[in-house]
Ligand binder design. Structure first.
Ligand code: ATP
Length: 303
């Protein structure tokens, strides 16, 4: 079942089309990475999902409820979100911020606060005010606030933005823990593709307000072309042998070539040696998420 299904979503700001007939599916239990360059429409899309803006056209279906149905209010209560910067009170402690959120939601500020602080790694912040927190601690507090009320679906807009490497690792581990231990589904927008690649089970690549492709990590792995970079004494012989064997390759210079889908390394090297071509090095290279993305949306300036 999809936690979120978006169908033909359009968002028009006066004459500017920020989202154009966009379709998207977030399956239950997924960590869905929303990828797009600056201005692609990620935040606009998240605003429509959270009900912060009204779509110009199309539908947003949350837990099976269409955004035009009255039940959407209850469905949205099952979402937690940190959009842009986390909204935290700087002059309060972490615990006081959480108490405030319980009050806003009309929930009793029960004994769950220490457990929530423990979950996000802020249990020992005591009387420290949020203004003295690092950016990573504020981000984790933002997630704790979003967790008040026990959501099934968390939406994080650029959660790693501005964080140092340690902060990025802590956010990653927190997301993975919440996904695995509490079965929370995630929608994460990010332009830090290496980081997203460590987390995501599904991706949606958007460009100029359009969904260019939706793919699961498993499908993506299959789509990645496995290359073996070969260093040889003579690429002319290499080209002849590979052509005879009907293998796909690209000669990069007089001594290097990229060969796709080498079936068996020993047989491959022996065939080359028999033809008089000495292999000096073989390196297997996986296509990165970044190169896949650039191939998908074309060259130029990218996230
Ligand atoms: P970034 O990572 O830079 O935030 P994004 O993918 O989240 O990028 P959006 O913030 O969704 O992009 O913006 C998409 C486009 O819509 C941008 O060109 C932006 O200028 C435009 N836009 C966003 N909000 C409004 C608004 N309220 N009125 C007019 N145009 C807007």
């Amino acid at each position: 079942m999809d936690v979120l299904t978006i169908t033909d979503l359009t968002k028009q700001y006066r004459h500017f089309t920020a989202l154009a007939v966009l379709t998207m599916h977030v399956p239950q239990g997924a960590i869905y990475g929303l990828v797009g360059q600056n201005g692609a429409g990620k935040t606009t899309l998240i605003r429509q999902v959270c009900g912060l803006q009204t779509p110009s056209g199309g539908t947003v279906t949350l837990f099976g409820i269409d955004h035009r149905e009255p039940g959407i209010v209850q469905a949205r209560q099952r979402i937690g979100a940190v959009v842009e910067t986390p909204s935290v009170y700087l002059d309060m402690t972490a615990a006081a911020n959480l108490r405030q959120q319980y009050q806003i939601l009309g929930l009793p500020a029960d004994e769950t606060i220490p457990a929530l602080l423990q979950t996000v790694g802020l249990a020992d912040t005591g009387k420290k005010k949020v203004k003295h927190f690092s950016l990573g601690m504020r981000q984790r507090l933002g997630i704790a606030i979003a967790l008040v009320g026990g959501p099934d679906f968390l939406i994080l807009d650029e959660p790693a933005n501005g964080l140092d490497p340690q902060g990025i690792i802590e956010i990653r581990e927190l997301i993975l823990k919440l996904n695995r231990e509490q079965q929370i589904t995630f929608l994460i927008s990010s332009h830090i593709l290496d980081e997203l690649a460590r987390l995501a089970t599904h991706y949606g690549f958007i460009d100029h307000g359009r969904m260019v492709r939706e793919v699961s990590t498993a499908e993506l792995q299959k789509a990645f072309k496995k290359r073996t970079v070969v260093t040889v004494n003579d690429t002319r012989i290499l080209a002849r042998v590979l052509t005879e064997k009907q293998m796909a390759f690209e000669i990069t210079d007089a001594h290097h070539a990229a060969v796709f889908d080498v079936p068996e390394v020993t047989a491959f090297v022996m065939a080359l040696a028999a033809a008089g071509c000495t292999v000096q090095r073989l390196t297997e290279v996986d296509e990165s998420l970044e190169s896949y993305y650039i191939n998908l949306v074309g060259g130029g300036q990218h996230a």
